[in-house]
Design a protein around this ligand. Structure first.
Ligand SMILES: [Zn+2]
Ligand SMILES: [Zn+2]
Length: 291
């Protein structure tokens, strides 16, 4: 299985615009957003979550937090395992839910670490991987974030790629391995949160782009707060991603209408990469492969 398909295979969640959005990414024990229904759906798998990454403070992305934290204190599992909650700096709704949780859930047997996060902040993950926050484009005058998991890798410098093995060994012996190699960053998973289309530079060559695709038709968008399916397909094509996952579709569309709409744009832009949809009206937990 290719790396991009493996990443999609490890993602599960729920997403429907205005109702709830959350994704669990098992390899790094991350929850991306925490909309309603996380603990009800995941049950004792919630103990696998080490880190919650919140994109912004709209209710459909944070309302599962009280249930998650309360279930982790009392259901079957490691009730002493700490949880980290990262959220956009100075988000007023998160400050309110923080106070609500403090007052209603009170003392829990585990540590809750709340941390504000800003664009460019990085968190180390295992191996050579790290997580980086970036600014998304959702609410005027309020910071909203997207997150990407990236990996530092080494490769042979372009100028040495056609040189025979024997000569390379001689160069390594005389000048050291650093002479012939360079480090580069590979984006693995890029999550937009709720957003207008992200910049091409942010998502460039990601293995998987997980992007807001609220609208099928541009005329349905009243404010510049969410992306259209067409915009995201154009972005995925221009930035050379390996697989695309669409989420946050509006419940105004019928399922068949969505599938046909997506297929029409895939044909228009001659997209050949795997494309997935999470439209939780009908398939609540896993992405459906469209192409
Ligand atoms: Zn939303
Ligand atoms: Zn929102």
């Amino acid at each position: 299985m290719s790396l991009s398909l493996e990443i999609v295979d490890n993602l599960c969640g729920f997403s429907l615009a205005k109702y709830s959005t959350w994704f669990y990414y098992k390899p790094d024990n991350l929850l991306l957003d925490v909309g309603e229904g996380v603990s009800v759906t995941m049950r004792n798998m919630i103990f696998g979550i080490n880190t919650v990454l919140i994109s912004h403070g709209h209710a459909d992305h944070i309302s599962g937090l009280p249930g998650l934290l309360s279930s982790r204190a009392s259901s079957m599992g490691d009730t002493e395992k700490a949880i980290n909650i990262y959220y956009p700096k100075a988000d007023r709704n998160i400050a309110k839910i923080y106070r609500y949780i403090k007052e209603t859930i009170g003392k829990v047997p585990y540590e809750i670490v709340w941390k504000e996060i800003s664009p460019g902040d990085r968190l180390p993950l295992s191996g050579n991987r790290y997580l980086e926050a970036f600014a998304s484009k959702h609410i005027d005058n309020t910071l909203s974030l997207g997150y990407k998991i990236a990996e530092e890798r080494n490769r042979l410098k372009a100028c040495y790629r056609d040189i025979p093995q024997k000569e390379l060994i001689q160069i390594i012996q005389s000048k050291g391995k650093k002479e012939i190699t360079e480090t580069y960053t590979q984006n693995l998973l890029c999550f937009s949160g709720d957003s207008m289309p992200l910049d091409q530079e942010t998502v460039q060559s990601s293995e998987v782009l997980l992007h807001d695709a609220t609208f099928l038709k541009l005329e349905d968008r009243e404010e510049n707060t969410h992306a259209t399916v067409e915009e995201v397909i154009q972005l995925a094509k221009a930035s050379n991603v390996s697989a695309l996952c669409l989420f946050h579709l509006s419940a105004r569309y019928r399922y068949q209408e969505i599938i046909e709409g997506i297929q029409q744009y895939l044909a228009k832009y001659e997209m050949k990469i795997p494309v997935f949809l999470l439209y939780s009206f009908y398939s609540p937990l896993s992405f459906k492969k469209i192409q």
